[in-house]
Design a protein around this ligand. Structure first.
Ligand SMILES: Cc1cc2nc3c(=O)[nH]c(=O)nc-3n(C[C@H](O)[C@H](O)[C@H](O)COP(=O)(O)OP(=O)(O)OC[C@H]3O[C@@H](n4cnc5c(N)ncnc54)[C@H](O)[C@@H]3O)c2cc1C
Length: 848
């Protein structure tokens, strides 16, 4: 056995084999996959083998499109068949809400160059005659779906990797992992020890155990999953002989069922509500190629719906029931990337749809290992997206929720209840019981979204349209814009960066110049490719000490970046405040009047200017104050230790009462930032956009001393951005844009901004094996899809529906009417570009 390797991939399921293949394809030599038994000895061998491209997150959808397109390449290189059946698939809607969801999915698909189609129940029945179409109101057809042989596919990855020089060691469990002081890993196996630069955890069902070998508790859990195989069915055989085609795949959301043809019968699987975790704490090492005991009682409610919706199924005999476990993360997306706090330990775990996502996961991870960048926007599956709060029990509750809701409608205003509250601030009970807040979950923290008039009304009515919060958010915005409001802002990430090297460190990581003492700056952070990986507010608190405020959900993602660059600086300390620092923001024209009554010094505009920082006692409590607000109004962000938060809050409410101060929530804040054209992290600002594309030029000091991403940013500036962040006012009716809607333009010039999946190396084939053309399918009657929405909503003080999105730069200054449309829930709504912020364009209010 070898004693040294560049990289060791632990686990020979579909994911580990894909990572190995992509590392070999990227040119890495000396890479070994170690499998404790035979390939596919975890969840991969008994998968139902279904694959599809649609995903709620467009970045995930791109990686799925890549995966599906990869199989032909794998077959050619490996000589191993994947038994591909590209049948296409339909999603059935049984209600108007589900139809709204399908319309939204269809529209979002346009931004990815997908050719989905909304069809009637009778058209769906022609594709799948075994259904009783009277139970449905419509359907969505996706030609790029199908199924394959899971074992053949895993072996195809493995063989293709071997063709490219990678090695595979079977029947050799990894028992232990240690790390030397020089960073090299020792992977201790049954057959000996191998030292390696990189370790990839692709342990699937045992990923938690492989994580624990290095002191890591990965947030993932295996769930039992059942599917049935029927005997031969005459209806299936007749359809095949009459049409010469295989049946398409079907998802029936109402029954939580997926079904497709398997040989001459059907395969039918369920994502049942009464779901069951498997091995919640430890996965037994002696589990192998065996199945779990079927439990048909658990899936009976789904089967009963299935019998009604697909009557032929009730008559069919059941040949076999498969019950097998596979792993999920709390939000159902994979956990991939460099594990924060460890060097060269990579996660490729919790891939719940290995045959839709495995290729993309392998590609992104290999890019990351080889080029130091995943090459795509993979935040949705970054292992760094969960904090320490994602404990074993939290994960257990969230995974069960996620599994049982897999085929339920996700509404844009939906806050999922499982495992909540996980983290609360001292104001939590006051917000709930005195103020009737409807709370949301930000990175495990309870945060007020909006305030209802009574406890009874304090809940969201789930909808794709404007809902019961609308009028209350409107009145919160009105109070802020006309007088004053207070909101909790503990859901920011807060860090202290200190030491003699603090300033040069920040100067190197950030694009803006660092602030002078007592001042604040806003600054993006770029990666080496000049793409946005952060957006911070930085205050200089003292010499050699800075406070950073950023996105709470990106805390570990940002810490991983900081820690990567820290070793270059000797005298540097980074402190994560997390919930040791809480925040309140007072906003509105009377904000100063309220604060002045609570502090002992002059805070007139002359003494405490916009973008300044001060330490002050507020209502007698030691606080730090930033003079700014995301609402675009006069405002103060006040930071205090948790034990002072109630005191400060009550003080603000008391002194604010004569100005009719009102509590406002995140939804009002987001509405106010829209009418100021302010971007938001994770929506407009993501690692696929450049600083000039996103309109952040004010904060890029391109000629300052060297900073990460400077060369790429200079190039972007020199060539001019290709796309531009743009704000729109939309002539919408009862629904606002939510994100990922297509933006149409009436233009003769052809834009190829919307990548067909081919862009990602994916090739698509029809049922006869012919490649589907790469032409932009999203052109109609002189209109074409030229961009996508990143976020939207109702801007209450200007009383208009607004959205931001990206479109080609040469279109982004055209303000004429009848030129653009945004497709909301299947309806193309006229919209118009707004260049200056519609609310307070000069910024006078926040500065004076
Ligand atoms: C019933 C069922 C139906 C499914 N249907 C579908 C479907 O239709 N479509 C789809 O895309 N997905 C489906 N899945 C999910 C799919 O199976 C998983 O996404 C996929 O198998 C995950 O692969 P993996 O490589 O991450 O993990 P695994 O397949 O679990 O592989 C992990 C491997 O690591 C090895 N290993 C672990 N620890 C060690 C160690 N210490 N040393 C050496 N080797 C080790 C194991 O032996 C194993 O071979 C289904 C799953 C089930 C159970």
């Amino acid at each position: 056995m070898k004693t040294h390797a560049k990289a060791i991939v632990i686990g020979g399921g579909v994911v580990g084999c894909s990572v190995l293949y992509h590392l070999a394809k990227a040119g890495w030599k000396d890479i070994i996959l170690i499998e404790r038994s035979e390939l596919t000895s975890g969840s991969s061998w008994h998968a139902a083998g279904g694959f599809h491209t649609l995903n709620g997150d467009p970045n995930m959808a791109k990686l799925q499109a890549y995966t599906v397109g990869l199989y032909k390449e794998l077959e050619e290189l490996s000589g191993q068949s994947c038994s591909l059946h590209l049948t296409g698939g339909i999603m059935m809607a049984d209600s108007s809400e589900r139809m709204d969801f399908l319309r939204m999915t269809h529209a979002r698909g346009r931004c990815l160059g997908m050719e989905t189609e909304l069809i009637t129940p009778s058209e769906a029945k022609e594709m799948f005659p075994l259904m009783d179409e009277t139970h449905f109101v419509g359907a969505l057809w996706d030609p790029v779906e199908g199924h394959l042989d899971p074992s053949g596919t895993t072996h195809a990855y493995a063989k293709a990797a071997q063709v490219l020089g990678a090695e595979i060691e079977l029947r050799n469990p990894v028992l232990e992992i240690t790390q030397n002081s020089d960073g090299m890993w020792n992977v201790i196996t049954k057959n000996g020890t191998i030292s390696t630069e990189h370790v990839v955890n692709a342990g699937g069902l045992w990923a938690r155990e492989v994580g624990r070998m290095v002191g890591l508790e990965l947030p993932l859990l295996a769930m039992e999953h059942m599917y049935l195989l029927t005997d031969e069915m005459p209806e299936v055989i007749d359809f095949n002989s009459e049409t010469g085609r295989e049946l398409v795949g079907v998802i029936d959301f109402k029954g939580e069922i997926y079904t497709r043809q398997e040989r001459n019968g059907l395969l039918l699987g369920t994502y049942e509500k009464a779901c069951k975790p498997w091995s919640p704490i430890n996965t037994p090492w002696d589990f192998g190629h065996e199945l779990l005991q079927p439990d048909l009682d658990r899936i009976t409610p789904s089967l009963e719906v299935g019998f009604k919706h697909f009557p032929a199924f009730e008559k069919a005999g059941i040949k076999q029931v498969i019950n097998g476990p596979f792993t999920f993360s709390p939000d159902g997306n994979p956990l991939i990337g460099p594990v924060p706090g460890l060097t060269n330990y990579w996660s490729a775990c919790a891939v719940m749809a290995g045959f839709s996502q495995g290729g993309g996961v392998g590609l992104a991870l290999a890019n990351w290992m080889v080029n130091d960048d995943p090459g795509f926007d993979v935040f949705a599956m970054d292992v760094a997206r969960f904090g320490e709060w994602a404990t074993l029990r939290y994960t257990n509750a969230k995974v069960r929720e996620n599994y049982s809701k897999r085929f339920s409608i996700s509404f844009p205003n939906e806050e999922l209840p499982a495992a909540r509250p996980q983290q609360t601030t001292p104001l939590y009970d006051i917000m709930l019981n005195e103020n009737f807040a409807v709370m949301g979950d930000t990175w495990g923290l309870e945060t007020p979204l909006w305030f209802a008039p009574s406890k009874k009304e304090a809940h969201d009515v789930l909808s794709f349209h404007r809902s019961n919060d609308f009028e209350h958010v409107a009145s919160e915005v009105e109070a802020v814009r006309n007088s004053v409001g207070v909101t909790e802002i503990s859901n920011f990430a807060k860090y202290e960066i200190s030491g003699e090297d603090a300033e040069i460190f920040l100067d190197y990581l950030m694009t803006n110049n660092m602030p002078k003492l007592g001042q604040i700056i806003l600054t993006p952070m770029l990666n080496e490719n000049g793409k946005l990986i952060g957006d911070f507010t930085i205050a200089k608190e003292a010499n050699n000490r800075f406070l950073l405020f950023g996105s709470l959900s990106a805390t570990k993602y940002h810490m991983r970046w900081f820690e990567k660059h820290m070793p270059l600086y000797k005298s540097l300390k980074i402190k994560r405040y997390d919930m040791n620092l809480h925040g309140l923001s007072i906003v509105g024209p009377n904000a100063r009047n309220v604060l002045q009554e609570l502090v002992d010094e002059d805070i007139s505009n002359l003494k405490f200017k916009f973008m300044c920082f001060r330490k002050m006692n507020v209502n007698g409590a030691p606080c730090m104050i930033n003079r700014l607000s995301y609402s675009g109004d006069l405002g103060y962000e006040i930071w205090m230790a948790p034990e002072y938060q109630r005191k400060v809050y009550y003080g603000i409410k008391d002194k604010g009462s004569k100005f009719n101060i009102k509590d406002f929530g995140m939804r009002a804040l987001l509405s106010m930032r829209l009418e100021k054209n302010f971007p938001s992290w994770f929506a407009e600002l993501r690692p696929i956009y450049g600083p000039y594309e996103s309109g952040m030029e004010r904060f890029i000091k391109i000629n300052k001393s060297k900073f990460i991403g400077q060369t790429a940013a200079k190039k972007e500036l020199l060539n001019g951005p290709n796309i531009c962040r743009t704000s729109f006012i939309i002539d919408a009716d009862t629904s606002d844009a939510m994100g990922n809607e297509p933006i149409w333009a009436k233009t003769k010039k052809t834009y190829n901004l919307i990548d067909p999946p081919h862009k990602y190396g994916a090739h698509r084939y029809d049922a006869d094996g012919n490649e589907i053309s790469a032409a932009n399918p999203q052109k109609k009657d002189g209109w074409q899809v030229v961009g996508w929405v990143t976020s939207g909503g109702y801007a209450h003080s200007i009383k208009a529906s607004m959205a931001q999105g990206y479109i080609p730069a040469d279109l982004s200054k055209i303000t004429q009417k009848d030129m653009f449309e945004i497709e909301i829930l299947g309806k193309r709504c006229p919209c118009q570009i707004v260049i200056a912020p519609p609310f307070d364009p000069s910024g006078r209010r926040m500065k004076s």
